[in-house]
Design a protein around this ligand. Structure first.
Ligand code: GUN
Length: 279
């Protein structure tokens, strides 16, 4: 029978463990989230991050800046937070207004406070097998995969999508777990055949229901990172859940799969950063 991976329950368990760890070890982790502009979705995401962090005992603050904030002012704020010993994690919510260079902003964050794991130093550390802060979404996927499968050694993993936020860091995490990893993308030839070799299939392309039953090997574990809004207003993933699920050993639903793990992993990264900075 297919195991529908309950990301909500998994995330709740992880959040409870983080709360327990903070209390037990008397940690005082601090997280500051910076939000620039008026994007309504970003305001919701940031409020959710702030609430989840404070609930587990992280001292979370949100700095809201107007949409016309000059890049230099944002960089100045980041410099202040880099030098604030009570702040262990800094997150600048993306996307940023067009006049601000996202890479310049991300790379201005002190790498050991970069709880998004987006800084080029963290990407480089992860790519070279060094201790790194790892982007939250792939970290969540990796935790769920290890929970379902235990040892991932020698498994064929296919990641569809090559973004810096999900695809590439996901591939690095799977490589670290000794998987044989293929990164597939929009130009990959015979995509369905490539995916059908996978013991682990991670879909992160942002195309509704793209992955069909004939793309999936019997008994594969499928992780769906996609969150797409359909014409009827309902959410769906990159995987055609109804036709793919019966073939799988385990699969994440959308919503309620990968999504809830992303915030839980932000809390985990903040505690990791707090411990690293304290030592
Ligand atoms: N915008 C959407 N997702 C994310 C995320 O994971 N981190 C940041 N900083 N911005 C986002």
């Amino acid at each position: 029978m297919t195991n529908i991976i309950d990301g909500k329950a998994f995330a709740a368990k992880l959040r409870a463990e983080i709360a327990e760890e903070i209390k037990r070890d008397g940690l005082k982790p601090g997280l500051t989230v910076i939000l620039v502009g008026d994007d309504p979705a970003s305001h919701v995401y940031v409020a959710n991050k702030d609430k989840a962090a404070n609930e587990v005992g992280i001292n979370a603050k949100t700095i809201k800046l107007p949409a016309d904030t000059p890049e230099a002012d944002l960089l100045g704020k980041i410099a202040e937070l880099n030098n604030d010993s009570a702040v262990h994690g800094i997150l600048v919510q993306l996307p940023l207004p067009k006049h601000i260079d996202e890479n310049a902003v991300i790379n201005a964050i002190f790498p050991d406070k970069d709880v998004d794991g987006f800084h080029v130093i963290n990407a480089g550390r992860a790519a070279t097998g060094q201790d790194a802060l790892v982007p939250c979404t792939p970290l969540g996927c990796s935790l769920m995969l290890k929970d379902v499968l235990g040892d991932l050694s020698g498994l064929n993993a296919v990641v569809i999508g090559r973004s810096n936020i999900v695809g590439k860091p996901m591939a690095n995490l799977l490589l670290k777990e000794n998987c044989t990893v293929t990164i597939a993308h929009s130009r990959t030839k015979n995509l369905a055949e490539v995916c059908a070799q996978a013991d682990i299939l991670v879909a992160a392309v942002g195309r509704p229901k793209m992955v069909k039953a004939n793309w999936v090997k019997d008994g594969a574990v499928v992780i769906d990172v996609g969150i797409n809004r359909q014409d009827d207003g309902k959410l769906c993933g990159d995987v055609d859940f109804a036709e793919v699920a019966p073939k799988c050993k385990a699969i994440t639903p959308v919503p309620g799969g990968v999504g809830p793990m992303t915030i839980a992993c932000l809390l985990k990264n903040t505690v990791t950063a707090c411990r690293r900075i304290a030592n």
